[in-house]
Design a protein around this ligand. Structure first.
Ligand SMILES: NC(=O)c1ccc[n+]([C@@H]2O[C@H](COP(=O)([O-])OP(=O)(O)OC[C@H]3O[C@@H](n4cnc5c(N)ncnc54)[C@H](O)[C@@H]3O)[C@@H](O)[C@H]2O)c1
Length: 323
């Protein structure tokens, strides 16, 4: 099948593109490379088409959608820092990107439209492990942080009730903390590795005090990129029209345990020092993944193995930047 992947040179997008190519699909990528890096696709470069363009540009989206049977919409502004610093751009890309891709898909006779949403749409879930029928919410409209989750809620509405209502097979997956080497720098794992490398003077000290945000009791469930990319492909291609699927693992860990595991992967013992927590964060998050599991998905990489690869990749990067 001919497919379009917006955000295809991004972290999850590139993994998904490789999955699709491995299954024999013809893939076109539309990305402005603002955070995406085409080198992530170097190993499949001969098998795909990469178009540099902005999802806010309706004409560029239309041209890229032409001839496609499936559209995957992943392009979005990620990174917690940006939700606070440029909520206007987060919403501009979020809302126009979703509207342009849904409308182009409808006009071009695309069969299936797959949207990457997020666990952030739940804010503080009412039950954990959280099921897909959980209510979505914006707890404080004045907090710019919710530009991210708010834009995704609007994108879901557009996918289901503009695209789906007018005949697209709309499918949504909500990723929960996908991680791995080369995931970008505005995430908890690279930030912790960077601070450990600095405070340990380039990993030359084997015990350090590490200040963290909050007391580390908040929880998340982390999913390695290979599992994330495979799960996204399964949800998108095998999910039922109108279906919503969690993407992640059910292995819930505290941030404290995560930080200690990163220290262990780098050979540094950490004395963790709790600090203030930023407003708008969520105390507990872990998805129920039974719906995706019923389609044949099982996460294969455990946290210790995935963290070892990821922490080492970032440590090598930060060490090479040190004078
Ligand atoms: N990685 C995760 O844990 C996670 C969690 C929840 C949701 N998601 C969602 O999955 C998708 C992929 O996330 P990711 O981790 O790969 O992030 P990413 O930032 O690596 O990928 C996003 C891609 O979108 C591109 N992009 C941004 N603005 C654009 C624009 N105006 N026009 C065209 N391209 C643009 C970026 O260059 C980048 O390649 C996103 O929609 C994200 O919100 C990811």
């Amino acid at each position: 099948m001919q497919m379009l992947v917006t955000g295809g040179s991004g972290f999850l997008g590139a993994g998904l593109v490789r999955e699709l190519v491995a299954q024999g699909h013809a893939v076109r990528v539309l990305d402005d490379h603002s955070r995406g890096r085409p080198h992530r696709l170097a190993d499949v470069a001969d098998a795909i088409e990469i178009v540099q363009g902005d999802v806010r540009d309706a004409a560029a989206v239309r041209a890229a959608t032409d001839g496609c049977e499936v559209v995957w919409h992943l392009a979005y502004v990620n990174g917690t820092r940006y939700f606070y610093e440029k909520p206007d751009v987060v919403l501009d890309v979020g809302i126009k990107g979703a509207l342009n891709t849904v409308e182009a898909a409808l006009d071009a006779g695309v069969r299936r439209y797959v949207l990457a949403s997020t666990s952030e749409t739940y804010n503080e879930p009412t039950h954990v492990p959280t099921t897909e029928d959980e209510r979505l919410m914006i707890p404080d409209i004045t907090n710019p942080r919710f530009s991210y989750g708010g834009g995704k809620i609007a994108s879901e509405l557009l996918a289901l009730h503009l695209g789906g209502h007018r005949g697209l097979e709309a499918v949504i997956f909500r990723p929960h903390n996908i991680y791995g080497p080369d995931m970008g720098f505005e995430h908890v794992i690279p930030e912790i590795v960077g601070r450990i490398v600095d405070l340990s003077e380039g990993l030359t000290r084997d015990r350090i005090t590490l200040p963290i945000q909050g007391d580390g009791s908040e929880t998340r469930a982390f999913c390695y990129i290979d599992d994330g990319a495979r799960g996204a492909r399964i949800a998108g291609l095998d999910g039922e029209p109108g279906g919503i699927y969690h993407l992640g693992t059910q292995h819930e860990v505290s941030i404290r345990a995560l930080v200690e595991a990163i220290g262990a992967a780098l050979g540094v013992t950490l004395d963790i020092e709790p600090g203030p927590l930023r407003a708008g964060g969520t105390s507990r998050r872990c998805p129920a993944i039974a719906k995706l599991a019923a389609l044949g998905y099982t996460p294969a990489v455990d946290l210790t193995a995935g963290l070892a690869r990821t922490a080492r990749w970032y440590a090598d990067h930060f060490l090479s930047q040190r004078p």
